[in-house]
Design a protein around this ligand. Structure first.
Ligand code: LLP
Length: 469
């Protein structure tokens, strides 16, 4: 028997009965097909969206973002209350930041975590109360620290001993008081792609446990700094609570020791909560995460006989990831047969690694569906690729699409709300796509797409740009 196309499919990918079905948990709740089979997002046809705004197009479902922000806020707040404390949720802006999303999440009760001057300025431009901003980063410049202190950010998360002196110098000059957390490296390596795991020892973030006591003692000596508590972030796209539980238990040991030098009101356990990119991903529900993580901290505190501190968390991906769907137009299809007889249909779209670098960077898996119509024919094993001059320019590595997928079709890739726009580039001088928000049958641009003029604007060899700095 000849090998079939399926022999190129990875084990986890099962040929679906219906290659038009929208897997639950991967798409925003508003994703539906109408009676003609066309995909609707936020009550609007994706064909109409593509016609109005062009492709590629990143569509963000506002209600999905708000619902997830609310779910985090409510679940962690009520779990914290049940254990006699309170919780603060910071939306990690690195996942995707624009003024619109900063407003949505703060309206739903969240604070905002930023890690550069640029992110800080977006949050401020959105009108976020600086007291609700947390500032991160392993190499904040003096001018970034000055700006953060000047506008009055709520907390700065200290990442090194050098930074303590830098912040102290700024507060001394400006006669101000800055609340700070100390980021430590708990050594917990959450099971995820290696590049996404940030708290195993041999990496750049946070302070080793062994150095944290000296750092906190130094902060406590400085009149312009107010030590709020410890911070740890163990990685990203984490399923389950085991990693958080372990990290919390290690942090509490240090937290207890540090209490000898004074009260410590807060413990920040970072972000990293995973989402479903394909139908085989099974993230832990937010309510369960909240209950189990908060209970673990409460138990740890009870065992040590110390009061449970106020808790903080920093979800990024889990707020915005599932709310995003990228629409592409299919340009070419190509049946690639291997010597073995196995074959795969390459489907090329009008974007790629410039609007979604995650498959190339992390081997991230995505899924895809025809959007302009429901397709027909036996499902074909496809690889969706972009238009860049690079063989690693993959959008969806393995997927089944209706066998009649053809040039001109609109293709939708779900779960692109987090770390796609943030990591986007102009590789091959491809303009970055527009980002639009949809809700209740209405759409609007929240970040305009780039055009050719934008691409040429920084080239000093073009006469109209001469003299521009
Ligand atoms: N807090 C801190 C201190 C972080 O470093 C991060 C992410 C977060 C919160 C939010 O993590 P989340 O809840 O979104 O997983 N570019 C990679 C992810 C890098 C994450 C960096 N830090 C990706 O595309 O998967």
């Amino acid at each position: 028997m000849l090998p079939t196309a399926d022999s190129l499919a990875p084990e986890w990918l099962v040929e679906p009965k219906d290659a038009n079905a929208l897997a639950s948990g991967v798409w925003p709740a508003s994703a539906k097909r109408d009676t003609d089979g066309a995909l609707f997002l936020g009550g609007i046809s994706t064909t109409e969206l593509a016609r109005t705004y062009g492709t590629p197009l990143l569509v963000l479902d506002e209600n999905e973002v708000r619902a997830r922000a609310r779910a985090f806020y409510r679940s962690f707040t009520s779990a914290a209350e049940a254990h006699g404390t309170t919780a603060r949720i910071y939306y990690a802006g690195k996942a995707f930041l624009s003024t619109a999303i900063a407003r949505w999440v703060t309206e739903e009760g969240l604070n905002v975590d930023v890690c550069t001057r640029g992110e800080l300025e977006v949050a401020l431009a959105a009108g976020v109360d600086p007291a609700r901003i947390g500032f991160h980063g392993n190499n904040k410049s003096v001018s970034e620290i000055e700006r953060a202190v000047e506008v009055g950010v709520g907390t700065i998360v200290v990442d090194s001993a050098i930074e303590i002196e830098r912040i102290a110098a700024v507060t001394a000059r400006t006669r101000s008081m800055q609340r700070v957390l100390v980021r430590v490296n708990s050594g917990v390596h959450a099971e995820t792609h290696d590049f996404l795991a940030t708290a195993h020892e041999d990496q750049k973030f946070g302070m080793p446990f062994a150095d944290a006591e000296t750092a906190v003692a130094r902060i406590r000596e400085l009149p312009g700094l107010d030590f709020l508590g410890l911070h740890c972030h163990i990685g990203s796209q984490i399923f389950g609570v085991a990693g958080f539980r372990e990290s919390a238990s290690r942090l509490l040991e240090l937290h207890e020791k540090l209490r000898a030098g004074g009260d410590i009101p807060l413990l920040n356990l970072g972000g990293g909560f995973g989402i479903a990119y394909t139908s085989v991903d099974d993230p832990t529900p937010i309510e369960q995460l909240a209950e189990e993580i908060v209970a673990a901290v409460a138990e740890g505190c009870a065992a040590r006989g110390i009061p449970i501190p106020m808790l903080a968390f920093e979800p990024g991906r889990a707020i915005v990831g599932t709310a995003g769907v990228t629409l592409y137009e299919v340009g070419t299809t190509k049946d690639v047969r291997l010597g073995s007889g196995a074959s795969r249909l390459y489907v090329s779209v009008d974007g790629g690694m410039s609007d979604n670098a995650r498959p190339a960077l992390y081997g991230a898996q995505y899924s895809a569906r025809l959007a302009s119509r429901a397709g027909e024919g036996r499902p074909a094993l496809v690889r969706v690729v972009g238009k860049h001059c690079e063989s690693g320019d993959i959008v969806v590595d393995h997927e089944y699409l209706p066998g009649d997928v053809t040039p001109g079709d609109l293709l939708a890739v779900p779960a692109t709300g987090a770390y796609c726009a943030s990591l986007s580039s102009n590789y091959n001088h491809v303009p970055r796509p527009a980002i639009i928000a949809v809700a209740e049958g209405r759409s609007r641009v929240i970040v305009r797409g780039e055009n050719i003029q934008d691409l040429l604007a920084r080239d000093a060899g073009i006469s109209t740009n001469e003299g521009a700095q």
